[in-house]
Unconditional design. Sequence first.
Length: 109
Amino acid sequence: MTLDGVEATVKYDGSPRLTRGGAFLAGLALDAEPDTLVVRYDLEERDALLEDAPDVYYLTDAHAKYAVVLARLSRLDDAGLRDLLMVSWQLTQPKVRGRRAPRRTPRRG
């Protein structure tokens, strides 16, 4: 599976992660259960996912305030992983490089 603009990078703590244009997409969660993937996910849809498959998806207190979900890789099949990464890819906007010049209001007169 290939997702446009996605790069494999390494976080400051040495853990692997995927980014899109420098923005976080997914990575291994070192502060959760072993073999857990942390993935960007819509906050409004997350509760339904957690309720539908609590054996696969979960949260820790540390992750609850962020737009992410934790997934137990041992319980996630290939199709589920692909779907999860596709949702994350769609939600991840590349970081803007540099700053835009401020908008100028045309002078009247």
